[in-house]
Write a protein that binds this ligand. Structure first.
Ligand code: NAP
Length: 478
């Protein structure tokens, strides 16, 4: 079917015999953590390896494609560096394979010498306040997925929204605040889908509120991102009175002091004829979201720290009018079928990447990297050292494990097994076809590249040249 698929074929005896000694590793998840793991596996020469990277999407790069804001081109360029790993003849991309449904843990363990789970954190934390499920109140994760063109995302309707609230003071809150306040003309250079750009070009949001339950010196956003947001053209920044009270700058670390300085300066900058306003509210937490058919306002309670340093409410409640509330209070990993899970932390239990049972017993040949290993913290680059740690242990384990001849046949069984069930994983060449189509579509709009966000179109593109027709069950069309 494609060039990359011919690297390992069901009948390819020549390629097979010359590579008979190679050990096989499956990676579940083609996001940055999975691809950094592939890089680390294939970047060493002591142990010959073949690596298959599975993903439920036909597109690799995970959060780099569907989580990094489209206007953060320099961070997104990590995809180009990650893509180079696919130059290796030892690596196959196996798209449109859903772990748990299309392939099980047992099947992977039967087919590979080792399995690395790089499934990320696909859910988000809830505030657990009344009204949180009203239309107009949703997770920033959903909003991010929409503007990044994720095929599962629900189209967002901003009609009638004049005031929007981002809850949380991390980088995700800054991302959504920036996308809502940035001059839409500046978004044209991004690869966001054209229907998304159309909504963001015509919306009427005039006030965006970023709400933190502690002080500016406790915020988890990074200074670079904060500085960028506070310097946007045509945006008047305000910081609520009293936010800086009691902060002794001498006690702050470098990042925190820089954050406080950026906020102080932004609050004094007057932007004539501002297009919109960006308000930072600290020491407030939502206690209810109100509205009838949809969100009308957020009830905010003033907060303080108790003697143990915990956030507590003071009972002082105020009403903030808003029609859109985006909770950006952290992502959460979800359990993978058949694998142990630490529900409290939202991670697969592990020791430096070696998976263990919930009570700490090692599970041989299974490993974990990225957010499903350590929780949803750190920037894209954090995944490189994280993957290196896991891969170092995996290689040591493989080197210590005698090879079983029967394992040579197992991968062939898996390919056939999937085909027998009508599943034809997509390849890296299929992804390149999507990429080319996105460039062509972008040209049509006078833009460099425009993401294709509809499942049906993605499936059409990967079905080209495929004698068996579209490769996925109908339930993926949603
Ligand atoms: P985050 O940095 O952990 O921030 C979560 C925020 O939510 C914190 O301000 C936290 O406050 C607040 N919060 C948590 N529970 C809350 C509750 N019940 N009520 C009110 N507020 C609550 O998470 P994130 O913004 O989702 O980012 C996830 C990771 O991705 C981070 O490592 C981030 O740096 C990274 N990221 C990076 C970029 C970039 O580099 N450009 C962009 C996006 C994301 P407390 O501190 O008081 O708990």
């Amino acid at each position: 079917m494609t060039g990359s698929d011919s690297k390992v074929t069901a009948e390819g005896s020549e390629a097979e015999s010359s590579e008979a000694a190679a050990r096989r590793v499956a990676i579940v998840g083609a996001g940055p953590s999975g691809l950094f793991a592939a890089q680390a596996l294939l970047g060493q020469e002591e142990l010959p390896l073949e690596v298959d990277v599975f993903d439920r999407l036909p597109t690799p790069f995970g959060l780099v494609r569907y989580g990094v804001a489209p206007d953060h081109e320099s961070i997104k360029s990590v995809a180009q560096a990650l893509a180079r790993v696919f130059d290796s003849p030892k690596l196959r991309f196996r798209g449109l394979v859903q772990f748990g449904d299309d392939v099980t843990r047992e099947e992977l363990l039967a087919a590979y010498d080792a399995v690395i789970y790089a499934a990320g954190a696909s859910e988000d934390t809830r505030m657990n306040v009344p009204g949180e499920s009203l239309p107009g109140s949703r997770s920033a994760r959903e909003f991010v997925a929409w503007y990044c063109g994720h095929p599962d995302a629900t189209a967002q309707d901003l009609s009638g929204v004049t005031s929007a609230v981002a809850v949380g003071v991390g980088n995700v809150a800054l991302d959504v605040a920036r996308i809502l306040t940035r001059d839409p003309a500046e978004l044209e250079r991004t690869d966001m889908p054209q229907p998304v750009l159309d909504v963001l070009t015509t919306h009427t949001v005039a006030d965006v509120w970023v709400v933190g339950r502690r002080g500016p010196h406790h915020a988890s956003f990074t200074t670079k991102e904060l500085r960028e947001l506070c310097a946007l053209d045509g945006v008047q920044v305000t910081v609520d009175a009293g936010a800086f009270e009691g902060i002794d700058e001498a006690d702050l670390d470098r990042r925190t002091r820089a954050n406080v300085d950026v906020l102080r300066q932004a609050a004094t900058r007057v932007v004539p004829e501002a297009r919109c306003r960006l308000h930072f509210l600290f020491w407030r937490r939502p206690v209810a979201i109100e509205g009838d058919a949809c969100v009308r306002d957020v009830q905010l309670e003033r907060t303080a720290l108790d003697a143990q340093g915990r956030v507590v409410g003071t009972g002082d409640i105020s009403t903030l009018e808003a029609q859109l509330v985006l909770r950006a209070i952290g992502y959460r990993g979800v359990p993978l079928p058949g694998l142990p899970f630490d529900l409290e932390r939202g991670v697969i239990p592990n020791r430096e990447g070696r998976i263990t049972t919930e009570d700490g017993h090692p599970l041989p040949r299974e490993y974990v990297v990225g957010w499903i290993k350590r929780g949803p913290i750190g920037v894209i680059g954090t995944n490189k050292s994280d993957a290196a740690e896991t891969v170092r242990l995996l290689l040591a384990d493989l080197a210590d494990t005698p090879r079983d001849d029967a394992e040579d046949r197992a991968l062939l069984d898996l390919d056939r097994h999937l085909a027998e069930r009508g599943l034809h994983p997509t390849s890296y060449d299929d992804w390149r076809r999507i990429e080319a189509a996105e460039a062509t579509r972008g040209e049509g709009f006078g833009r460099a590249s425009t993401k294709i966000e509809a499942w049906a179109e993605l499936l059409d593109l990967v079905a080209l040249d495929r004698p068996g027709g579209p490769p996925t069950p109908a339930d993926r069309d949603g």
